[in-house]
Design a protein around this ligand. Sequence first.
Ligand code: ZN
Length: 124
Amino acid sequence: MQLSAQTHYQAELDAGRFGIQHCTACNHHVFTPRELCPHCGAAGLKWVRPAGTGTVYSYTTISRKAEAGGDYNVALIDLDEGVRMMSRVEGIAPEQGQIGMRVKAQVIQHNGKGLVVFQPAQKA
Ligand SMILES: [Zn+2]
């Protein structure tokens, strides 16, 4: 039995690996995981390992009580492969988050589940 794309994606994350899909028919990268290419409809998307680098497209700080963990952010990140994903940027104060900032993906484990978050990319 073949796992669904979403199930495969999560299983890889749980093992610490971040994968996105690539369509060999039209040469687009695909995210979120799916069975058919949203660009051309081809099946048989291939799993690839993204570089992990990307740019913040939008950034929102969500207020939360300190005892619940404090403020956090929700960010849309454009990976350099050309796909957009929702995540968060860690390791920065809320006001440091900026649209256009360069970030790098990291897989963390949270409650036994793998999760992609982003850290500010080191300046070259
Ligand atoms: Zn395609």
